[in-house]
Design a protein around this ligand. Sequence first.
Ligand code: GLN
Length: 235
Amino acid sequence: MSDSTVGIGLLLPEVLGTYGDSGNAQVLCKRLQWRGYDAEVVPVSLDSALPSALDLYLIGGGEDMAQVLAADFLRGSPGLRRAADEGAPVFGVCAGLQILGTSFRGVDGVDHPGLGLLDVVTAPAEQRAVAELVVQPDLIDAPLTGFENHQGASVVGPGSSPLGRVVRGTGNGDGTEGAVSGHVLGTYLHGPALARNPDLADLLLSWVLGHSLKPLELAEVDTLRSERLAARRPR
Ligand code: GLN
């Protein structure tokens, strides 16, 4: 990979690939290429070292035991913390959000330490949240949509801000959704989230490139998004 290529780290897709969140890496790669940038997805698996020189890191959702395995691996990988400390964006979905937090309680009742990149504590809720989720985010104007499938309820502490407010669905469980600290962002939105929400993809890319981006004119993407939003109006 040359120095000018944007490296998109896809962390542990073999462990946290259950909900199709690996597609987020493809979306970011394609949106960069459409704008004339060289970009490459770099999968990082359990048997490899985690490079700190990538431009952005993605962590997807998965099952409870997979999540504990992934959290142990990532806590033992200084590369991710080093990159995040230097401002590299990190995007986590569901299990990824919970791992980025300070701790998450498994269904076994055990509290597992997270990476502490977000001020978020997660514990199982009484009911599993399985639904379409619509969120009004604070950082961008457009509503976000996706599907959620999780037992965990998350509390965002003062060191982070929620990504937004739940319009429909459960999210964190208290009317808020996701969490953000600097360039670290976590959400319960699957979809993949960045395919369903191009503005969120471009927010992450603006953090990578250090400047805002002109929207891409992609009629099909806009039509699909309007159809999804119309189908998901709050009831
Ligand atoms: N195991 C976690 C939970 O149920 C995460 C699930 C997921 O990633 N969709 O809360």
